[in-house]
Design a protein around this ligand. Structure first.
Ligand SMILES: [Zn+2]
Length: 303
């Protein structure tokens, strides 16, 4: 899964620190474009010194600060941001929408890539860093101004938070818990296609965000009933995982159908919901998500 980067060690502890030249820089563009460097036949995250050099050239005068995010094996990862109004003038941003095989590299070296392509790259710890960075970046963008009084905030010196310069309100990171459920009916598993996913092709498990005031188990019962009209029993937690791309934290559950197994799908959410035998589940590459890990474990008879 995306967070399984052992033997490397992820250290999320907040630090007030300045970047070193060989620390890594995370530069995002738009909703989900990430700056990558092409070196020795593969894409890597640029170093802080790479991005500083770019800021004297093609990214000038766009990079305007750096913000410490986390460390992986004592390498610091820093968010280096673009100003709001100059994006379109960066020449290599034009390649953002092209196919991964046809990416045009600026100076033969740099490109922005969308996160759904970036997540297919290796190694996994780079994908984890990019996904975790975009979670912090997306949150940070929502706390530039105080949510209570509207004044500007400043980064806290002591913790991962932004503090209002006027009323003192402190905004902490937002992580949204969500449950994802492998519903099992003897030798079959329930797989769905979500109406709102691009392409509407991926087979998934039932999932949904936890509401305020409910337990994870309550969310499992509610989501399964809402999305596919089934009751479930014998819930057990499989694994959990951070999922920074959507700001979520996924709690994976296995559950058995309780009683009637007739599927009644929620038509405005789910385009298809069916029971699949192990041999009917298509093979696919599983690397990152707890949902796909559970589906493949079931296919292999291990869930
Ligand atoms: Zn305030």
């Amino acid at each position: 899964m995306i967070q399984e980067i052992e033997p490397l060690i992820y250290d999320p502890e907040f630090r007030k620190t300045e970047p070193k030249d060989d620390d890594k820089a995370l530069v995002y563009y738009g909703k989900d474009g990430i700056l990558l460097k092409y070196e020795n036949g593969r894409y890597i995250l640029p170093s802080v010194s790479d991005v500083i050099a770019l800021s004297y050239g093609e990214l000038a005068p766009i990079i305007n600060n750096s913000y410490y995010l986390f460390s992986i094996d004592n390498v610091g990862y820093y968010l280096m941001e673009l100003t709001d109004n100059l994006h379109e003038e960066i020449p290599f941003i034009k390649s953002l929408d092209t196919d991964i095989d046809n990416v045009k590299l600026y100076n033969g070296i740099y490109t922005f890539m969308r996160i759904h392509r970036f997540r297919e790259l290796d190694p996994v710890h780079m994908v984890f860093a990019g996904a975790t960075g975009i979670h912090i970046r997306n949150w940070k963008e929502t706390v530039k101004y105080c949510g209570k009084c509207g004044n500007q905030t400043r980064p806290s010196d002591t913790e991962r938070a932004f503090v209002c310069s006027k009323c003192g309100y402190t905004a902490y990171p937002k992580i949204s818990p969500a449950v994802i459920v492998a519903v099992i009916n003897n030798d079959r598993i329930l797989l769905v296609r979500n109406l709102h996913r691009p392409g509407n092709v991926r087979l998934e498990l039932v999932s949904g965000f936890v509401e305020i005031g409910e337990s994870f188990e309550h969310a499992v019962h509610r989501e399964v009933l809402e999305e596919v009209g089934l009751k479930v029993k014998n819930l057990r937690i499989y694994k959990d995982q951070p999922w920074g791309i959507s700001g979520a934290h996924m709690i994976g559950y296995v559950a058995e159908v309780d009683g009637d197994d007739t599927v009644v799908r929620q038509v405005d959410e789910i385009s298809e919901a069916k029971w699949y035998r192990r041999d009917e589940i298509p093979e696919y590459r599983n690397r990152l998500s707890v949902g796909s890990e559970m589906i493949l474990k079931f296919k292999q008879g291990q869930l």
